[in-house]
Design a protein around this ligand. Structure first.
Ligand code: GTP
Ligand code: MG
Length: 475
């Protein structure tokens, strides 16, 4: 199937940014530059920002978002600054969009459309393209009417050209049907891609300890990823530099190698269609053993960004693994600007809110030893001494323990190698994944594992659905 990604054709346009700040929105009211993120998004989309307009209000105007007077002011600015597009920092309803377009003599797009446009222009993998096109169709389809009745007014007829009788209900109905048929076909293809991806991620998860790097867009995830692995991820000072997940091995030292994945960044008020359809890309995140939550500690909005990241993680169901907060860019923390408030300005300030956070700089490599040690501790869990009885023919398992753990004694009987070793829970799990069969302190392996690392008392009671229980019983 060919890609049908649409561009909003705003590249190289002169743009005016517009926003309403509600009197209840303390974050925005205290922000000295509340449109900085939208400006960065516009820049990533290739738009040249020539002006901005902010209105403080108690509520949004239901008809035009901004009040009537401000819309007139905006119209005058569009003419004076020769702007080709106005970008709203909100999601506009189809009727708001229609009403605003009627008042202004230029293109109008909202925040979600801008983000979708960036994704559309940068998606290169098949999965990313499918995901973006579905999100575009779902978001844009209800807007077709708005767009077309507007065009109908301008051209005095149908935007479809010869052969159609105006943008009438009939034409709209046909197009809506075409759109929903296309969505069904795209979703079918995506679910095949997704199934393949799920299998791939699960195989990797069984064989390796997997770690996902997640965080707000531009936090420095790809830079950190490149510094820890052989690299290859694209890092740049722009929003959504990364749209594809990338996985490489990361050597933690002491023979411990894990698989590290760099992922797409999150953003506040992410279009929810995009989140839903980006599941294939976020698969690594959901199923990883450990998450590194990377924060740009020098960004004045970092606390709100960290809150957004946690919210998105909860929404996509990435709740089953531990999370380590990594405060990045500490080399430029002193330069943080903005009004003094609750905002953390030093690593010590941060530690009051995030006591276990690790402070690093992906550029200067400060804090990397601590990061490695912390992750290693997480990978191996607490170390215990145990006696493992491994069949002699399983030389691979013996080699594995010799190279990864601390072997203190080795004995043999007719059939087995009996090894006394100090190891982590993860080592045993890896041996199981490698297909080895052995006993731990004379017990079958799973019992031995539980005896050595009993689950915490307050652990969750997990209800297993009956069909899964059957599979488990048979194994
Ligand atoms: N001063 C400083 N800059 C950094 C550090 N880490 C990353 N950067 C810069 O921050 C910018 C964004 O870095 P990326 O690694 O692309 O960020 P990302 O989180 O992958 O961003 P997206 O993929 O767009 O979500 C780049 O210009 C990096 O050079 C750091 O520790 N210190
Ligand atoms: Mg990146």
């Amino acid at each position: 199937m060919e890609t049908g990604l649409r561009s909003a054709s705003i590249q190289a346009e002169r743009a005016i940014l517009a926003a309403v700040i509600l009197s209840s929105d303390d974050d925005a009211l205290n922000n000295p530059d509340p449109l900085s993120e939208l400006r960065a998004l516009a820049e990533t989309a290739g738009v040249q920002t020539v002006g901005q307009l902010i209105q403080n209000r108690h509520g949004m105007d239901g008809r035009t978002c901004l009040g009537k007077g401000k819309i007139q002011e905006l119209n005058a600015a569009v003419k004076e600054l020769r702007a080709g597009v106005v970008v709203f920092d909100h999601d506009l309803s189809p009727s708001q969009l229609r009403n605003i377009e009627k008042e202004l003599c230029c293109k109008v797009i909202d925040r979600s459309e801008l983000i979708l446009d960036i994704f559309a222009n940068r998606a290169t993998s098949r999965a990313a393209q499918l995901q973006v096109e579905i999100a575009q169709l779902e978001y844009t389809a209800p807007r077709l009417r708005a767009m077309w009745s507007h065009l109908g007014q301008v051209t005095g007829g149908s935007p479809m050209g010869v052969g159609t009788r105006g943008p009438g209900e009939q034409q709209l109905e046909i197009d809506r049907r075409l759109v929903s048929r296309r969505i069904v076909a795209l979703k079918r293809e995506l679910s095949e891609v997704q199934a393949r991806k799920t299998r791939e991620v699960q195989t990797r998860r069984a064989e390796h300890f997997t770690i996902g790097i997640v965080g707000y867009t531009n936090a420095g995830k790809s830079t950190l990823f490149n510094a820890l692995t052989n690299g290859g991820a694209f890092a740049n000072d722009q929003l959504f530099a990364t749209l594809q997940t990338r996985t490489e091995s990361w050597n933690l030292g002491g023979g411990n190698v894990v698989m590290l994945s760099d992922t797409v960044g999150f953003i506040q008020r992410l279009p929810h269609h995009l989140v839903a359809s980006f599941r294939a890309t976020l698969e690594e995140t959901v199923h990883s053993h450990l998450l590194l939550l990377v924060v740009d500690a020098a960004d004045p909005n970092a606390p709100a960004q960290l809150a957004t990241v946690r919210e998105v993680l909860n929404n996509i169901g990435a709740t089953n693994q531990p999370r380590l907060v990594v405060l990045n860019k500490i080399d430029k923390m002193g330069a943080a600007v903005g009004p003094v408030g609750e905002r953390p300005r030093t690593v010590e300030d941060w530690r009051k809110q995030e006591p276990t956070a690790i402070a690093v700089s992906a550029l200067t490599l400060i804090g990397f030893d601590e990061l490695r040690a912390m992750v290693r501790g997480n990978v191996l869990g607490e170390m215990r001494e145990a006696v493992l009885r491994i069949p002699l023919r399983d030389g691979r398992a013996v080699d594995f323990l010799e190279s990864r753990a601390t072997v203190t004694n080795r004995d043999y009987d007719e059939m087995n190698c009996i090894i006394t070793v100090t190891l982590g829970r993860r080592h045993i799990e890896q041996l199981i994944a490698m297909g080895s069969r052995f006993t731990v302190n004379g017990l079958p392996v799973h019992e031995g594992l539980l005896a050595l690392w009993p689950p915490p008392k307050e652990s969750f009671v997990v209800r297993i659905p009956p069909h899964e229980r059957l599979v488990g019983d048979g194994a």
